[in-house]
Design a binder for this molecule. Structure first.
Ligand code: IVH
Length: 666
C-alpha cells in the first residue's frame, strides 16, 4: 500500500498531466468520467490528510472561501507599458530608428497579438507557482495568488526543465465566457458588466477565490525572464513558455522588415472579429534580448517595442430619436435610437449619449448623421456628428422638462450635472428600487426578476419594497404568465428574505452612496435601523469608511416620511431590522447564510420542517432537489438518490452531527 502522501503525489501528477493534455494540447487520453473519479479520490485523500495537501494539487484550482486583503509586492523589474502607433508610417519610423540606433546589426522582430486584457506577473520557484501579482502602478502590484491559482491556463507546476522564472502575460475573458457571465447576471437582476477588460480587472481583485474560479478567466503568456536560460531570442522564449505548459497565442511570427510587420497587422485586423477574445492591435518586439538591453527603456516604455494599434471600429448612421431613461435614483439620461447599422460584427440600434452636458457640447440633434464607435465597451457610443450632412430642418436639442415616465417636473442636480425626477412614486423609480431590493447581493429574493417587478408595479399591487411582504399567492397568480406554483415560490422567497442580515437590508434599501461595504460597516457599528435613525452625525462619522456625504445621504433618507413609512411596513412584516453581532462587534453572517441546502434521509434531532425553519432562520435556503446550484446536502439515515446525485456533482455532503457543528448547535 502506498502511503497517503505517495498516493496524493501520484494522483496530482496524473491529474495535472491529463489536465494539460485536455486543456493545452486539446488531446485528452482519458474520459471526463475517469478524470472526475481520480479527482474525487484525490479530494477524499486530501480531506483525510489536509496537512499533506501538495501545493500543485489541482483541487486548489477551485479556490477557497477564505478572504483577506492583498499584500503589496514590488516587481522584480518594472512592468512598463508600450508606446502606441496607429499608422504604417509610424511602424516604418520605429524600424528606422532601431536600425539607426543599433547601427548595422541584423534585426528581427517578434510580432504578437495585443490582447485587450489585464497584465499579470507570475513567479515560479523550483517549478512551482508561488506568486501571482497584478501590474499595479508598474513598480508594485498586489499579490493575488489564490485568485491566480484558479486560472486553468496557468500551470501550477511547470513542465520540462525550467525551475525559477518570472512569466508575464495577459488575463482575459473569452467572448463566450463573458456573455455567459452577463446572461447569468441578467437572470439574477445584477448590473451587467460593460466590457470584458474591466470585468477581468474586477474579477482578479475579488476577495473570494471561489467566485473567481467560477468566472473562468484565461491567460496568454507573452514574456519570460529566468536566470537559468541563455536564450537570446524572445520568439524562442515564447516557444519555451509553450513547452513549459503555458498557453502562448499561436498568432505570432518573426519578421525582418516593417512591410512584413504591417502586412501581418492588416491580416490580423481583418480577422479581428473572428477571434474569440478582444485584441486592440499587435505588439512588435525586437527579438534579441541583447539588443533590447542595448536600447533600454524610458521610465514608461521600452525603446525596443511598440504597439501597432487598430483604430476603434466606427460606423455612420442616422440618429432617429433621442430617448430618455430614468434610473433607480431618478436620474434621467439620454439614449440614442439609431437606424440599425453593423459595427464590429454586431447590429447596433442604440448607443449611449452619456449625459445632457455632453449632448449639448457636441450639439447632437435628432435627425443628424452620426459616427458611432464600438471600443472595448459592449454599449456603443455616439462620437460625433457629421456636420456636413446636417439638414436645415434639425433643431438644437432641448432639455426635457418632465419625467418621461410619470410626467412630473424634472429638477436639475447642480452638484452632479444630472437631471432627476424627484418623485419617489414615479413607476420608473419604484421598479428600479424593487429590482435592486430583490437582487442577489441585496435581499436575494429568487424569482422576483425584472419582468415580475414590472407586472407588480403595473398592476398597482406594490408601490414600494414594504408592499412585497403583504403580497399573497392569489394576487401574484392572477398576473399574466404566472401559475400558482411559481406564485407560491415567490411568496416563500419573499418570506425567507425577512431574516437577511441587517447589512443586506441596509444595502437593499438603495440609499444613495450606501453600497454593500458601507452597509456592512454601518450594520456592525450601529446594530439596528432605529439606532441609525437616532445616531448623531458625529457618532456616524467615527465609523470606518463613513464620511460626511454618506452620513448626509443616510440622514436624509431616514428623515424622509415616505421612506420611514416603508421601513414601518418592513417592521410590521417581521423583516429583521437589527444585527446579530458577535464578540468582535461585527455582524455575524451564519456559515449557511445565502446557501442553498437540501436535506435528505431521516434525521434524529430535527423533523423535516423543523430543520428547514432552522436553515431559513440562519439565512439559508432549503430546497428539495439537488442541482448544480445546491451548496450543501445534509444527509441523514437512508439517504438515497439525492445523496448519490450530490456525490456525482461534487457537492459538499454533511451528516447530521457535522451540520449541527457547522451551525454551532452541536
Ligand atoms: S509586452 C514592456 N505583449 O499591453 C512590454 N504586452 O500597453 C510590455 N499586452 O501592459 C508588455 N498583449 O498588458 C506585451 N503580446 C503582448 C501583449 C501585451 C497585451 C498588454 C500588456 C501591457 C500593455 C502595454
Amino acid at each position: 500500500m502506498p502511503s497517503p502522501a505517495e498516493r496524493m503525489r501520484k494522483l496530482v501528477d496524473e491529474l495535472n498531466e491529463h489536465d494539460y493534455r485536455y486543456r493545452i494540447l486539446a488531446a485528452p487520453t482519458i474520459s471526463d468520467q475517469a478524470f472526475d473519479e481520480m479527482m474525487k479520490e484525490l479530494e477524499s485523500v486530501e480531506a483525510e490528510h489536509p496537512d499533506l495537501v501538495i501545493p500543485d494539487s489541482p483541487s486548489l484550482r477551485v479556490g477557497s472561501d477564505l478572504t483577506k486583503s492583498f499584500d503589496t509586492i514590488v516587481h522584480q523589474a518594472p512592468m512598463l507599458s508600450l508606446d502606441n502607433t496607429y499608422s504604417p508610417e509610424e511602424v516604418e519610423e520605429f524600424d528606422k530608428r532601431i536600425r539607426r540606433d543599433l547601427k548595422d546589426e541584423s534585426i528581427a522582430y517578434s510580432v504578437e497579438l495585443k490582447i485587450d486584457g489585464v497584465a499579470l506577473s507570475l513567479i515560479y520557484k523550483d517549478g512551482l507557482l508561488v506568486r501571482g501579482v497584478t501590474r499595479g502602478d508598474g513598480i508594485q502590484g498586489e499579490d493575488i495568488t489564490p485568485n491566480v491559482r484558479t486560472i486553468r491556463s496557468i500551470p501550477i507546476r511547470l513542465r520540462g526543465d525550467l525551475r525559477n522564472c518570472e512569466v508575464r502575460g495577459e488575463v482575459y475573458f473569452e467572448h463566450d465566457t463573458f456573455a455567459a457571465i452577463n446572461a447569468e447576471r441578467e437572470k439574477n437582476d445584477e448590473p451587467l458588466f460593460a466590457n470584458p477588460r474591466n470585468s477581468v480587472a474586477g474579477t482578479l481583485k475579488l476577495q473570494n477565490p471561489k467566485l473567481v474560479a467560477s468566472r473562468n478567466l484565461s491567460y496568454f503568456a507573452y514574456s519570460l525572464a529566468s536566470p537559468e536560460i541563455d536564450l537570446d531570442s524572445h520568439f524562442d522564449r515564447l516557444q519555451l513558455l509553450s513547452d513549459s505548459g503555458f498557453v502562448v497565442n499561436a498568432e505570432r511570427d518573426r519578421f525582418k522588415t516593417s512591410d512584413e510587420i504591417i502586412a501581418f497587422g492588416d491580416r490580423i485586423e481583418k480577422r479581428r472579429n473572428d477571434l474569440p477574445y478582444d485584441i486592440d492591435g499587435v505588439v512588435v518586439k525586437l527579438d534579441s534580448y541583447r539588443l533590447q538591453d542595448e536600447l533600454g527603456a524610458t521610465s514608461k516604455a521600452p525603446r525596443w517595442a511598440i504597439a501597432y494599434k487598430f483604430s476603434a471600429e466606427q460606423a455612420e448612421t442616422t440618429l432617429e430619436q433621442i430617448g430618455l431613461q430614468v434610473g433607480r435614483t431618478g436620474t434621467v439620461t439620454p439614449v440614442a435610437h439609431l437606424t440599425p447599422v453593423l459595427v464590429a460584427g454586431t447590429t447596433v440600434s442604440r448607443a449611449t449619449l452619456h449625459n445632457f452636458e455632453e449632448l449639448a457640447r457636441k450639439d447632437i440633434r435628432e435627425g443628424d448623421r452620426v459616427i458611432i464607435e464600438k471600443g472595448g465597451d459592449i454599449i456603443p457610443k455616439v462620437v460625433s456628428v457629421v456636420e456636413a450632412s446636417r439638414s436645415k430642418s434639425t433643431k438644437p436639442y432641448e432639455l426635457p422638462t418632465n419625467c418621461p415616465v410619470c410626467g412630473s417636473t424634472l429638477v436639475s442636480d447642480k452638484s452632479e450635472v444630472a437631471i432627476r425626477c424627484a418623485t419617489v412614486s414615479c413607476p420608473a423609480q419604484m421598479k428600479g428600487n424593487i429590482r435592486h431590493f430583490a437582487g442577489r447581493t441585496a435581499m436575494d429574493i429568487e424569482g422576483l426578476g425584472s419582468a415580475l417587478v414590472d407586472q407588480l408595479v403595473g398592476a398597482e399591487l406594490v408601490a414600494d419594497v414594504g408592499d412585497l411582504y403583504s403580497l399573497d399567492v392569489d394576487q401574484i397568480a392572477s398576473l399574466e404568465r404566472m401559475g400558482t406554483r411559481s406564485a407560491e415560490n415567490v411568496v416563500t422567497a419573499i418570506a425567507q428574505s425577512k431574516t437577511q442580515p441587517l447589512s443586506r437590508l441596509l444595502f437593499a434599501l438603495g440609499i444613495r452612496h450606501i453600497g454593500a461595504t458601507v452597509a456592512r460597516s454601518l450594520a456592525s457599528a450601529v446594530g439596528s435601523v432605529d439606532a441609525l435613525k437616532s445616531a448623531t452625525e458625529e457618532e456616524l462619522l467615527e465609523i470606518d469608511e463613513i464620511g460626511p456625504i454618506i452620513v448626509q445621504s443616510l440622514k436624509d433618507h431616514l428623515a424622509n416620511e415616505q421612506n420611514w413609512a416603508v421601513i414601518g411596513k418592513l417592521r410590521a412584516a417581521g423583516v429583521k431590522l437589527e444585527a446579530d453581532v458577535d464578540a468582535t462587534g461585527s455582524e455575524v453572517e451564519s456559515p449557511i447564510s445565502g446557501k442553498t441546502i437540501v436535506v435528505t434521509g431521516t434525521l434524529e434531532r430535527w423533523g423535516r420542517s423543523e430543520i428547514q425553519d432552522l436553515i431559513r432562520g440562519q439565512g439559508g435556503k432549503p430546497t428539495s432537489s439537488v442541482s448544480k446550484k445546491t451548496d450543501l446536502v445534509v444527509a441523514g439515515e437512508a439517504a438515497g438518490s439525492k445523496r448519490t446525485k450530490a456525490e456525482s456533482l461534487g457537492i459538499k455532503i454533511l451528516d447530521e452531527a457535522a451540520f449541527a457543528e457547522l451551525i454551532n448547535d452541536a
